[in-house]
Design a protein around this ligand. Sequence first.
Ligand code: SF4
Ligand code: SF4
Length: 215
Amino acid sequence: MQTLISTTPKFDFQIWGQRLMARFRSHVVATDSDQLTLDDFLHQVEDELNAGLSVSDHDMIACTAGCGSCCRVNVATLSPEALNIAAYLRRTCTASELKQLCMRMRQMLVAINGLDDDERIATNQPCAFLNEERSCSIYPVRPLLCRSVTSTCAEACRAALRSNIFEERGTVVMNLFQKDLMDAAFNTLAQLWHESGGDSRSRELTAAVYPLLQH
Ligand code: SF4
Ligand code: SF4
């Protein structure tokens, strides 16, 4: 996919990332506890996004609940994001829903084991968190990488994901401000985690969350 549009005035992502880091240094501390919450961090990021997107930016973005065509790619997920998602699932799902979800996740892990990004797309396996209405069942806590992706044309996304040949994928135009903002938030969160002693490497979403639901 290519990132081509932004009508947003110049924005210093580095300075913003530093401010975010200063604000959350004492709040986002590496732990394996179920008590970790990224609510405040994510609200701050979303508030900045909403302040930065112009009306015309909003008008151009074609993403809607129920599209979900892009929800079949590897999603790089940080440990704090995975912990936050697992805690959310424990809070909001019944025991039976969690059991079914874990079964889907296990099947997904078998299906995508060892595949690179292109091979994963070729399997056409939807994300384990995509529900029957083709919406994200963990929307409030979805990874930053999911938040970074937009498009001005859903059909262009579908065409790009259908093609196994990179050169024939065409252009998917996404909002550059949104992508860069979420990338800066991702890097900031990774650095906060690293500074407090955690492992700042990302893992594929299912592989990151599944083990956390097993105990
Ligand atoms: S990025 Fe494309 S496929 Fe994904 S929700 Fe937006 S329009 Fe749909
Ligand atoms: S976590 Fe949600 S938004 Fe991200 S790929 Fe899965 S269903 Fe889509």
